[in-house]
Design a protein around this ligand. Structure first.
Ligand SMILES: Cc1ncc(COP(=O)(O)O)c(C=O)c1O
Length: 389
């Protein structure tokens, strides 16, 4: 299906009922900001809360009962992202997962870290810190706001790679423009140069297909509480077989015992396991609807938004239209408009939740469209923006 093809009427009725019956979302809010943190469907919230109640009815008994449920979630997640559970660590979020290779690999002064000028703040700061502490140099790929094709991204990275490159960091989906990058090709480039390939997949899982064993980066990290709509504080770290023995655990304890599985990186002592039980439910929820169906609908919504924006004078969309390079985020500017002010008014006056920020000094809106959104949500957003121009 082409990205610009809107959903059919039949489809719209299906998704409207789903939103009405399966979410706790406030019906007075148009939530177009799931890219930051997604609303979990009712079965996920209910699973977590009932698990908390069960746990506190008899904590020690439930520690034992919960363990296999968490492992089941790890297995479901592995199937979802195309790998084996042995290669997955369950961490709390992308920030934590990114810290494992950053703090756990051995680096030497003079080595180089290659990443773009559009990495997410926490990711960029993490590597800036490591560079400063270890005497490394950061080489920035200048990623334009508008990308022509996937080869351009690979070429821009290749230009920065040298025989000193030790770390290559890139996002699978850029938080800024929603650009989806070619993980397989970039991984091949990094491996060719002998660099550790570290992928920030915070937005990718639940938005775009992920095939980790096929691509085989050294590390791939995501936050399942974004597009997978999992319980909050459920992240994932993939560790390739050839990286495993080179990285030290972030938290020392049971993790120091010999263990060939990536689960050693999630050992943190006693903590709440219920969000990970909810993770299993979140994956079941999406699998029951059908991931292809979800993707078609959400790409259709994003495509519809891109089409609608063409009618606004001065609007410029930075997210590619091509399905290989885009997902469910749409970033655009409007020449001459005070976008930050309009965003605030949309929330204050209309309860339309969006986000606006500057990227390379250009003010932009970033709109997240998930399956709990509708064509009417988009029409309403565009109408309310137009009124304020
Ligand atoms: C691209 C990207 N990377 C990393 C993160 C950090 O995710 P978390 O806050 O779940 O650790 C975010 C959060 O929005 C993000 O957009």
């Amino acid at each position: 299906m082409d990205t610009t093809q809107p959903p059919t009427q039949y489809d719209q009725a299906f998704w409207a009922a789903l939103r009405r019956d399966q979410f706790y979302l406030d019906p007075n809010v148009i939530f177009l900001q799931g890219g930051s943190v997604g609303p979990s469907p009712k079965p996920v919230v209910d699973k977590v809360t009932s698990s908390i109640r069960a746990f506190d009815s008899d904590p020690l008994k439930h520690q034992g009962i919960f363990h296999p449920l968490v492992e089941e979630a790890r297995k479901k997640l592995a199937d979802f992202v195309g790998t084996r559970p042995e290669r997955l660590s369950l961490v709390q979020n992308t920030t934590m997962g990114m810290s494992v290779p950053a703090q756990g690999l051995l680096f030497n002064a003079g080595e180089e870290i290659v990443m773009t000028d559009q990495e997410y703040g926490a990711v960029s700061m993490c590597w800036e810190y490591i560079a400063e502490r270890r005497g490394m140099t950061i080489k920035r790929v200048t990623l334009p706001l508008e990308i022509e094709n996937t080869e351009q991204i690979v070429r821009l990275y290749r230009e920065q790679m040298t025989d000193k490159t030790k770390v290559m960091v890139f996002a699978h989906v850029y938080w800024s423009t929603g650009l989806v990058t070619p993980v397989k090709e970039l991984t091949a480039l990094g491996r060719e140069h002998g660099a550790w390939v570290i992928v920030d997949g915070a937005h990718a899982v639940g938005m775009t297909p992920v095939a980790l064993d096929d691509w085989n980066p050294h590390f791939y990290i995501t936050s399942c509480h974004k597009w997978l709509l999992s319980a909050k504080g459920t992240g994932m770290l993939f560790v390739s077989d050839d990286a495993h023995e080179h990285v030290e655990p972030l938290i020392l304890g049971g993790s120091v015992r010999p263990n060939p599985n990536a689960s050693r990186f999630d050992m943190m002592g006693t903590r709440d396991q219920t969000p990970f039980i909810g993770l299993g439910t979140a994956i079941d929820f999406q699998n029951e609807i059908g991931w292809d169906r979800i993707r078609d609908y959400c790409q259709g919504l994003a495509g519809y938004l891109k089409e609608r924006l063409k009618r606004i004078r001065g609007a410029k969309v930075f997210t590619p239209v091509d399905r290989d390079m885009s997902g469910f985020l749409t970033t655009f500017t409007i020449e001459g408009a005070d976008i930050i002010k309009i965003r605030q008014e949309l929330w204050d006056d209309e309860h339309i939740e969006t986000v606006a920020f500057h990227i390379k000094d250009v003010p932009v809106f970033r709109i997240s469209t998930h399956f709990y959104n509708s064509l009417e949500d988009i029409d309403r957003l565009v109408r309310e923006i137009e009124k304020r121009l």
